[in-house]
Design a protein around this ligand. Structure first.
Ligand code: NAD
Ligand code: UDX
Length: 480
């Protein structure tokens, strides 16, 4: 029986290994983590992450060929294939602060693998890492390994949160990079056999190590670039009377462009896009390519611009001040169907409104109160000025309350901001919401989930990203 161990029981390690266990009953899969609460949660009825379909998969396999454990060293020592799926955040201090990936967790995992291994292993990079990381990992393993054979593979993960199980069942592709030596090719084949249990062979792409590592950063950069492109267009749409949804539809019909990932929004969030682009920018700079670095940096700058443009629009439309005004916030997660708030645009929007002294009532169906409070008060890292400014000052929580539903959030409010595209927001009783709000009643839709014309008929003043402005908004222009 092949034994797999995955280091890191997070958003990637947990779901990925659960699906491997489900699809490969002949393989034993153990997911290990240094965090005891995380492992305890994986072994309980309340999984540590919310992901549609995940609970069913875990219930079916846990205790059969899927295990979660804190005994990291034992299970690494026993495994034939070790996936490393630890976090690789942006460095916040030291060399490369604000851009480079922090490989502290990766390096400590690699050193531990070298220390405890007694038999040959395939070590798989599942985390997103800078191109050439495999070379560094190889050095750590071979210099510490007492002659044990390690083959390093890059197998980046392309799942998106909220659709992780669907993406893992039916991936667009699986990418495996390895050394082009006989041993390297053999290791690639061994990992390919694991995926071949359910992924058609033509979808499994094998490349050299550096292409696989770079493809992951490139894919995220291209995806984020599409969102910044459509968001840049949304600003121009508002200025000209064009409708960004119509523009997206029209350009998406061109098969060379394609229709996916063209939804204008208050900005992209999530743990990956910003981090991976910053990492790409850093790699370009280190390779003497400042023009290429600046090109990709612009994708993040437009994203920051989009978030502050939204805040400015809210404040400008409400007579240039939100001080003491009640604003309902619908949605805090970075996208629907997840409780994850990492880099969610809601943090920046809420903080922008709080700085202007608004009173916020926040509702999200999945994000717990403690998480929202932590996000709003944390010292936020400023990627553009990591050394000079270092941190944006935190806000206090006495202007914030967390509530149980959208109606509570909007009761007596002067305005409502929709910041996550949860399906339940599409079917709210907006007449009831309007009746219970202060007048004039404003809706600022950062996700284009409501029909602005229907809401205008009720009596709302409506701002929808990239849609034609009503007279009120035209009369109260926001300074970008
Ligand atoms: P996460 O923070 O949810 O999980 C990482 C886990 O690794 C944590 O539970 C942490 O305790 C554990 N860990 C850290 N060091 C460890 C060590 N030395 N030994 C054992 N456990 C250790 O992170 P994530 O979202 O799962 O992301 C993991 C990697 O996958 C990152 O590189 C990320 O860029 C990449 N990725 C993430 C996504 C996503 O949607 N979240 C998608 C594709 C790729
Ligand atoms: C992303 C990549 O899609 C995935 O392949 C990779 O493995 C991890 O990073 P994720 O961050 O989980 O996945 O979600 P994604 O669906 O890509 O959305 C990222 C952000 O972009 C969200 O805030 C989302 O709301 C926003 N978005 C997405 C838009 O604003 N418009 C769109 O058209 C699509």
């Amino acid at each position: 029986m092949v034994k797999i161990c995955c280091i890191g029981a997070g958003y990637v390690g947990g779901p990925t290994m659960a699906v491997i266990a489900l699809k490969c009953p002949s393989i034993e899969v153990v997911v290990v983590d240094i965090s005891t609460p995380r492992i305890t949660a994986w072994n309980s009825d309340h999984l540590p992450i919310y992901e549609p379909g995940l609970e069913d998969v875990v219930k079916e396999c846990r205790g059969r060929n899927l295990f979660f454990s804190n005994d990291v060293e034992k299970h690494v020592a026993d495994a034939d294939i070790v996936f490393v799926s630890v976090n690789t955040p942006t460095k916040t201090q030291g060399l490369g602060a604000g851009k480079a990936a922090d490989l502290t967790y990766w390096e400590s995992a690699a050193r531990m693998i070298a220390d405890v291994s007694k038999s040959a292993k395939i070590v798989v990079e599942k985390s997103t890492v800078p191109v050439k990381t495999a070379e560094a990992i190889e050095k750590i393993l071979t210099h510490n390994s007492k002659g044990i054979d390690f083959q390093i593979l890059s197998n980046p993960e392309f799942l998106a949160e909220g659709t992780a199980i669907k993406d893992l069942y039916n991936p667009d592709r699986v990418l495996i990079g390895g050394r082009e030596t006989p041993e390297g090719l053999k290791a690639v084949q061994a990992l390919k056999q694991v995926y071949a249990h359910w992924v058609p062979e033509e979808k499994i792409i094998c490349t050299n190590l550096w292409s696989a590592e770079l493809s992951k950063l490139a894919a995220n950069a291209f995806l984020a670039q599409r969102i910044s492109s459509v968001n840049a267009m949304s600003a121009l749409c508002e200025a000209t009377g064009a409708d960004v949804s119509q523009v997206s539809h029209a350009i998406g019909k061109d098969t060379r462009i394609g229709s996916k990932f063209l939804n204008a929004s208050v900005g992209f969030g999530g743990s990956c896009f910003q981090k991976d682009i910053l990492n790409l920018v850093y790699i370009c700079e280190c390779n003497g390519l400042p023009e290429v670095a600046n090109y990709w940096k612009q994708v993040i700058q437009i994203n920051d611009y989009q978030k502050s443009r939204f805040v400015n629009r809210v404040v400008a439309s409400m007579f240039n001040t939100v001080a003491g005004k009640k604003i309902g916030i619908l949605g805090f997660a970075f996208k629907k169907d997840t409780g994850d708030t990492r880099e969610t645009p809601a943090i920046d929007v809420c903080r922008g409104l709080l700085v202007d002294k608004a009173e916020l009532r926040i509702y999200d169906p999945q994000v717990p109160q403690a998480q929202i409070e932590k996000d709003l008060t944390m010292v936020k890292f400023d990627w553009e000025n990591p050394v000079l400014v270092n941190h944006v000052s935190p806000v206090t929580l006495n202007q914030v309350s967390i509530v149980e539903n959208a109606y509570e959030a909007s009761k007596d409010a002067h305005g409502v901001c929709i910041l996550t595209e949860w399906d339940e927001f599409k079917t709210l009783d907006f007449q009831k919401i309007y009746d219970n709000m202060q007048k004039p009643a404003f809706i600022f839709d950062g996700r284009n989930v409501v029909d602005p014309n229907k809401l205008r008929d009720i009596g709302f003043i409506v701002y929808s990203i990239g849609k034609p402005l009503d007279q009120w908004l035209k009369d109260m222009p926001a300074v970008a």
